[in-house]
Design a protein around this ligand. Structure first.
Ligand SMILES: N[C@@H](CCC(=O)N[C@@H](CS)C(=O)NCC(=O)O)C(=O)O
Length: 326
């Protein structure tokens, strides 16, 4: 995987600690769009643009929140090619569903990073929230982008969906923190581990956390209780990728998600919420991981299975719950 160092692209740079644990570097563009007249980045329709990969679980969070809130008109999107090789994310268009760079004429995502900061050092990641007016990156941290959509962009939404409702906020933030390391990042830590010990540690923590939430979901419709929130979006994008990719490619194979009845039915319910299925591109997901990580799948062969039916009937109606504003 490549990386920018002082504005120059270098391929093949991986970050691991000396025990073989994969380390995810913190993102650096952390400005906020706010619905205030004097804000540097003032919320507006059609001013901001979202760069995503359908493959990426972090970017997928932003697409789901955008869909549930009905922000499609206000915030347009460019979709990168699922293969991420020596040039990092590209705007090649020879894969169904890619769009190219619909607002600029860039060939590579890294060009946006250099435009935003010509001395940029760090990874070139999706999602990116881009400001057309200032021609810069506002933010490239999914957790902050989904919060901005919910807060800053509410006036431009075509639904009243609120994924960070009053009265639940502290709990939602605690859950997002709690699932990040063992689950969302845990699958990567398992898959990218370079020692048996590092792998065992991550995979054990991952399945302990999944068992814990499986148990929680046997009694509660959603992670924060009766309301569907940002925390569920963060959990869902990992669950969706689990059986098709993380189980095999990342060796997270103690159980499939479909072997956890509550987690599986919970994922089905979210998949079937309005607008969500359209954001779920398993073709991009499988192609990206199996083809891009040449260190763990050198042949680049993308497996045919598993055959899953995300439109199957789910049993979550047995528990009380709501999506605020839907
Ligand atoms: N913390 C970031 C993580 C984003 C991230 O790591 N995206 C991956 C794709 S799944 C990426 O673009 N990786 C490219 C790289 O690391 O070179 C977020 O949540 O937005």
């Amino acid at each position: 995987m490549g990386k920018m160092i002082n504005g120059q692209w270098r391929s093949d740079t991986w970050v691991r600690d000396n025990e073989g644990h994969f380390e995810r570097e913190p993102t650096t563009f952390r400005d906020q769009v706010e619905d205030r007249e004097d804000a540097t980045y003032r919320a507006a329709s059609q001013r901001y643009h979202l760069y995503v990969s359908y493959a990426c679980p972090w970017a997928h969070r932003t697409l789901i929140v955008r869909a549930l809130m009905g922000l499609e008109e206000a915030i347009d999107v460019s979709v990168v090619h699922p293969h991420m090789l020596d040039d990092g994310w590209t705007f090649d268009q020879d894969f169904d569903g890619t769009t190219g760079d619909t607002i600029g004429d860039h060939q590579f995502l890294r060009q946006l990073y250099v435009e935003a900061d010509d001395e940029y050092t760090g990874r070139v990641t999706v999602p990116v929230l881009w400001d057309r007016e200032r021609a810069t990156i506002v933010n490239n941290e999914s957790r902050e982008i989904i919060r901005m959509f919910n807060q800053g962009f509410a006036a431009f939404a075509t639904t009243d969906v609120d994924l960070w409702p009053q009265g639940h906020r502290e709990r939602i933030d605690e859950i997002i923190d709690a699932i990040y390391e063992p689950i969302n990042n845990g699958v990567y830590r398992s898959g990218f581990a370079t020692t048996q010990r590092a792998y065992e540690k991550s995979v054990t923590q991952l399945f302990e956390a999944l068992e814990k939430w499986e148990n929680h979901l046997s009694r509660h419709r959603y992670l924060a209780g009766q309301v569907f929130t940002e925390a569920d979006v963060c959990m869902f994008t990992t669950l969706l990728r689990f059986d098709p990719v993380y189980y095999g490619h990342f060796k997270c194979n103690i159980k499939h998600v479909y072997e956890f009845p509550n987690l599986w039915n919970y994922a089905l319910e979210i998949y079937q919420m309005p607008g969500v299925a359209e954001t779920c591109r398993l073709d991009h997901i499988k192609s990206h991981y199996y083809y891009s990580h040449q260190n763990i799948n050198p042949t680049g062969i993308v497996p045919r299975g598993p055959i899953l039916n995300h439109l199957a009937h789910h049993d979550r109606d047995r528990l009380p719950g709501e999506v605020v504003g839907l």
